[in-house]
Design a protein around this ligand. Structure first.
Ligand code: TXA
Ligand code: MG
Length: 350
């Protein structure tokens, strides 16, 4: 008789992913925000491959992903109480903390900075992979440098192909835009800081300034970038192939629409319920509507997919108006500005 108990079933994908990471290979994995392109953060040769596959300049620091918030002590030093407070409130979740780094952390991961970005993602498969792996996983978004971040496993396969050893498929990301990044590296271990080194938001995301204030009592400033490796210094980021134009009001939107239709461009309009019916009626018929559900959470969740849709349907000029810049609307407006190549102070890029 056959002894079925000896049949070895294939390892679950997250276990296989952890084994590959241990082996120095690159694994794309889902998070609640966007897909990451991961490598063992303790293996400099593996991390270098991330930069090669993405085409990313080597001085751009990577976020290290952890399974448990207690692990921050292994990566950060002189950690202020605020870091633990925010970790308790928002992890697992779409928040990255910038802390002073431990001496063992590779310059390849931090781009030579004395600080490190850390995050515990809120995605079961990612957490299972990170638990199994045990260490930190350095990962930027799994797109080529400057392009729109991937929110499905297929986006990663389409864009990075054979450059990735394994894509862990966790379905579409439910937040859909990159994590909020807060800089706590100016705070001393006793919680004090000089005014110019106050806690700041470097990139807005789904953990909003309002959320941070409610959890900590602190009003985080939005700090504009001051060096090329800090978020925000590159013009064309999060950019689809099509040209994105932001209109400040309905009259400008109509003017743009008419101008580009007259130039015989293929024109699209990103519509998340913020185009009034009169404006809609006055738009040239040739303008293709790309619709998003109006709730900010829904806009964020599907924004990058819709930018890809616009490219795939041959749209050359994509018009939009910004949402109200409050709560999650701040992050959505930031990404639309970046897609338009306008950049915005303090926002990231890669
Ligand atoms: O949601 C996210 O944050 C996703 C998922 C995969 O976790 N990751 C992501 O990584 O968006 P990336 O590399 O595409 O963007 C992270 C940005 C970098 O561009 C860099 O500017 C900033 O985080 N960053 C990382 N470490 C930093 C540090 N030590 N100081 C300042 N900025 C840092
Ligand atoms: Mg990125």
């Amino acid at each position: 008789m056959r002894d079925n108990s000896r049949v070895i079933s294939p390892a679950p994908p997250a276990v296989a992913a952890a084994a590959l990471l241990r082996d120095g290979r690159l694994v794309a994995f889902p998070t609640e925000t966007v897909y990451g392109l991961g490598a063992d953060a303790d293996n400099a040769a593996a991390v270098r491959k991330i930069f090669a596959v993405k085409g990313r300049p080597p001085d751009h620091p990577l976020i290290v992903h952890l399974a448990q918030s207690q692990q921050i002590a292994a990566w950060g030093r002189e950690i202020p109480p605020l870091a633990f407070e925010l970790a308790r409130s928002f992890w697992p979740g779409p928040l990255t903390l910038i802390l002073r780094r431990q001496g063992h952390v590779s310059d390849v991961v931090t781009g030579g900075l004395d600080t490190i970005g850390l995050r515990v993602p809120a995605h079961n498969l990612a957490l299972e992979m990170l638990e199994r792996f045990g260490g930190g996983v350095a990962a930027p978004s799994a797109n080529r440098y400057g392009q729109v971040s991937p929110t499905t496993a297929q986006h990663v396969r389409d864009e990075l192909g054979a450059g990735v050893d394994f894509v862990l498929d966790g379905g579409p990301c439910n937040v859909g835009i990159e994590s909020t990044i807060v800089d706590l590296s100016g705070i001393e271990a006793d919680g004090s800081y000089e005014p110019r080194r106050a806690p700041a938001i470097l990139r807005p995301g789904a953990v909003t300034a309002e959320d941070l204030k409610a959890a900590s009592g602190i009003s985080f400033a939005w700090r504009s970038a001051s060096s090329p490796r800090a978020p925000g210094m590159h013009a064309a980021h999060y950019a689809p192939r099509c040209r994105v134009l932001i209109a400040t009001d309905s009259a400008e939107l109509l003017a743009y629409a008419r101008l580009w239709v007259n130039k015989e461009a293929v024109v699209g309009l990103l519509d998340f319920g913020n185009i009034d019916s009169l404006t809609g009626a006055l738009l040239p018929e040739l303008v293709q509507r790309i619709r998003l559900e109006p709730a900010p959470g829904a806009i964020a969740a599907h924004l990058y997919q819709r930018l890809r849709d616009a490219d795939n349907s041959g749209i050359e000029v994509l018009l939009c108006m910004l949402p109200e810049e409050r709560g999650l609307g701040v992050a959505i407006a930031d990404r639309l500005r970046r897609a338009a190549g306008q950049g915005s102070a303090g926002s990231d890029a890669t």
